[in-house]
Design a protein around this ligand. Sequence first.
Ligand code: GDD
Ligand code: MN
Length: 380
Amino acid sequence: MNLSIIVPTFNEAPNVEELIRRIGAFVAPGTAEVVFVDDSTDDTPAVVRRVAASAPLPVRVIHRETATGGLGGAVLEGIAAAQARVCVVMDGDLQHPPEEIPALVGRYEQGGADVVIASRYAGGATSRGLADRTRVFVSKASVAVTRAMFPVRLRGVSDPMTGFFLIDTEAVDLRGLKPRGFKILLETLARRSVRVAEIPFDFAERTAGESKASLRQGVHFLTQLTLLRFGKMSAFAVVGGLGAVVNLAIVWALTRLGVDYIVAAVIAAEVTIIGNFVLMELFVFRDMKAEASAMWSRFAKSFGFNNAEALVRIPVMALMVETWHLSAVVATAITLVVAFIVRFVFHSLVVYAPRKPGAKSGAREFAEKIDEQAMSPGEL
Ligand code: GDD
Ligand code: MN
């Protein structure tokens, strides 16, 4: 047995037969097995057993009475029960085409990778299966925030949220991981040091049944992110908060000395921006400086961004008050929260991006990525 294919299922009865048929079409006898880990309330386990009887490869179903850890827990349970050292994890709704499995295995066999990710966002891939524009936006935004929070561990990973990947279970220690909802791969990449490779794939539309992704999963995801990486972002927040206090203090002091309030505000803003940069260099992004671009270049990016942001934020806020009829306080709060996140993403992915010898600059690559997304049909 060379390969165990782990399929977590929750009410996927109408998809089981075709999934097994399509896997069976390329698997050589005796080389692979399929393990369903099921938390269904429908007849999925019975359908699996019926189809298994005539399948060209061993097919098992582990039906769990209590769905501990949800999808992530099911994946870990499947891996623990696998016969083979190498496991492929995939969804049971045919959004992950089984025909991509040989490519995953092929990449693994080339060596140098403990995890091979089937990515919806690598070059040549598509994510057309995402239900609607909102889903596309949420997915891309969460990938950006996640990568910003783990810029080193997720370097070269375009899709840390995919549910389609291969894992070498002897190279990666999965014990002690706390599966929470959907993002088991992210948990693995964030907590273990693994060598990662990617292949692009076309994320298909769901064949039958409905998605279990929900607002609740979204909340799960945010909790997971916060727990995984409270460190960097909270340090960033502390620096930002300190900056705000200093900003106020300077405005207060200067106006008391008789300086015009606009001049005072500008001086305070610039002093704060520079002070924040120094603190970020010293505390927040210290571990990333060595691999990032030169200090003056980091400063130029950070300074430019913060000035642009300050210029943009006030008209945006005014627009929100005028068109959405929000109170000025609510509008300010919303713009500050959004600005905080965007600023964090920008600093992690651009200002402190590792420079790759001979490659494009971080800013350039970021701009191209945004451009690519803006130009692709039906997105954003
Ligand atoms: N055992 C078990 N327990 N399986 C579950 C559970 C659960 O609680 N919840 C969902 N599943 C199964 C589904 O039956 C399906 O086979 C797979 O997990 C993915 O669930 P979907 O409901 O199809 O999720 P999705 O298509 O919205 O999400 C997929 O894409 C996400 C990225 O956008 C998944 O691959 C996610 O892992 C991925 O993050
Ligand atoms: Mn799905």
